[in-house]
Design a protein around this ligand. Structure first.
Ligand code: FPP
Length: 260
């Protein structure tokens, strides 16, 4: 369904985000190495918040904020290798986001389709493995098919982009606990082994943009010993330099995991 706020759509009904990237498709080279070398983080997750406010401040439709948010996603994915990160997990659509107006949901789904279609060749070229966390099979059948095709085609990648779609952490923990109970004793380890993130490195750093200081049902279990970084920067304005700032700060933290 097309909304009055929706972006330009291609012939197949997808949002066209390629013109926003400022970069050619198919794939171009990754950016040069960055300033941060020894941050030690393997896995960073981000609650990408503030798209709506970014648009509102510019008197633009909310959809434009989400669309600009995809550019921020793209530039960080390109930097995974140079930053030496094994995994970046992004909260793209929560299980609670279904409460948003239908137009906005449809805009977000159109963006997801367009992003996967336009950036898949670049993932493959840059050795990026796509992973989905959350109950993505409840999404529209064409998106499920597109995602599963992308999962298969990027399966050998060495750096992971995990996208949280129809994701809720409490739901994930409940699902994992139920599976663990079917298989045997329910322990911290058996629950962990059944989480959607079981094959990802431990979460090191969780970032939330836009000045909000809460987790909003994102990676509650995984964040048990993660470091947190909250910034006022709105997601569409979040750049590689902001991520490097967070990683530099992370590098200076003493992680004690409850010990001393
Ligand atoms: C929160 O901003 C953002 C979202 C609910 C969606 C995030 C989606 C994207 C960045 C684009 C699609 C992602 C990918 C991976 C292609 P908000 O709308 O709640 O902002 P507000 O709090 O300022 O209103």
């Amino acid at each position: 369904m097309s909304s009055p706020l929706s972006f330009r759509e291609g012939a197949d009904g997808e949002a066209d985000v390629s013109s926003l990237s400022g970069n050619p498709h198919p794939p171009g080279p990754l950016p040069e190495g960055t300033g941060v070398v020894r941050h030690g983080a393997r896995h960073v997750a981000i609650i990408m918040d503030g798209n709506g406010r970014w648009a509102k401040r510019r008197r633009l439709p909310r959809a434009m904020g989400h669309r600009k948010g995809v550019e921020a996603v793209r530039s960080l994915v390109r930097a995974l290798g140079p930053l030496g990160l094994e995994c970046l997990t992004l909260y793209a659509f929560s299980s609670e986001n279904w409460k948003r107006p239908e137009d906005e949901i449809s805009d977000l789904m159109a963006l997801m389709r367009a992003f996967i279609r336009s950036d898949l060749p670049e993932f493959i070229a840059n050795d990026v493995k796509l992973k989905i966390v959350g109950d993505y099979k409840a999404l529209a059948p064409d998106i499920v098919e597109m995602l599963e095709d992308a999962l298969a085609r990027t399966a050998k990648g060495s750096r992971t982009l995990a996208v949280a779609l129809n994701y809720g952490s409490r739901q994930e923990i409940a699902r994992a606990a139920a599976k663990a109970a079917q298989a045997g004793p329910v322990t911290v380890d058996t629950i962990s082994a059944h989480l959607d993130t079981a094959d990802l490195p431990p979460l090191d750093l969780l970032i939330r943009t836009s000045g909000e200081v809460r987790l909003s049902n994102f990676l509650l279990w995984q964040a048990a010993y993660a470091e947190m970084w909250f910034t006022d920067v709105l997601w569409p304005d979040f750049t590689l330099a902001h991520l490097e700032e967070a990683l530099a700060n992370f590098a200076g933290r003493e992680r004690r995991y409850g010990g001393r």
